[in-house]
Design a binder for this molecule. Structure first.
Ligand code: FES
Ligand code: FES
Length: 167
C-alpha cells in the first residue's frame, strides 16, 4: 500500500508525517492547530472558536497570518510555518514585537496575545510603517475579550516609531 507523506517546516525544524487513519498517523481531516499543539507540543498557539472567527490560533504560513484552525495539515506540504514559540532568539531574547507587548502591557489574560503578535509580525514584515488604520485592519480578525486593544495599538505604534528613528 502506498504511504502518503506530508513534509513541512515549523519554526525552522523539518517534519514529515505519514497520512492515514492508523494510530499515530496524521488524519486527513486534522487541522494545523491540533497538529501543532497535540503532536509537537507547541501550545502557545491557542484555540477558542475553532471556526476561523477569533484569531487566537493565528500562525505565519509562508509569511502570511493564517488562522491555523482553518488549515488542514495535509495541505501544508512544503510550507514554512512560524508559531509564537519561534519568535524569541535561542538565548531567550524576546522578538521586538513580544517585547513591545510586554513594555506596553498589551494584554491581560494573554489568551489572545500569541495570535495578535503573529498577526502583527505579518503586518510589520510587509509594511514596517503602517498607519493606525492599517494596523486596525490587519488585526481586525483578532478578538480580545479583555479589551486590550488600546494597549495593543500603542505597542504596535511604538514599533512603527522606533522603525522611523535613524539607526
Ligand atoms: S480558534 Fe482559530 S480562529 Fe478562533
Ligand atoms: S488579553 Fe484576554 S482575551 Fe485578550
Amino acid at each position: 500500500m502506498k504511504t502518503t507523506l506530508v513534509n513541512f517546516f515549523v519554526n525552522g525544524k523539518e517534519y514529515t508525517l505519514s497520512v492515514g487513519n492508523l494510530f499515530g498517523q496524521l488524519l486527513p481531516n486534522e487541522v494545523l492547530v491540533d497538529t501543532l499543539r497535540n503532536r509537537f507540543g507547541l501550545t502557545g498557539t491557542k484555540i477558542a472558536c475553532k471556526d476561523g472567527a477569533c484569531g487566537c490560533c493565528t500562525v505565519l504560513i509562508d509569511g502570511e497570518a493564517v488562522p491555523s484552525c482553518e488549515v488542514l495539515t495535509v495541505d501544508c506540504e512544503g510550507k514554512h510555518i512560524v508559531t509564537i514559540e519561534g519568535l524569541a532568539a535561542p538565548d531567550g531574547t524576546l522578538d521586538p514585537v513580544q517585547q513591545a507587548f510586554v513594555d506596553y502591557y498589551a494584554f491581560q489574560c494573554g489568551f489572545c496575545t500569541p495570535g495578535i503578535i503573529m498577526a502583527t509580525k505579518a503586518l510589520l514584515n510587509k509594511n514596517p510603517r503602517p498607519t493606525r488604520e492599517q494596523i486596525q485592519d490587519a488585526l481586525s480578525g483578532n478578538f480580545c475579550r479583555c479589551i486590550s486593544h488600546y494597549h495593543v495599538l500603542e505597542a504596535v505604534e511604538s514599533l512603527v516609531k522606533k522603525g522611523e528613528q535613524p539607526a
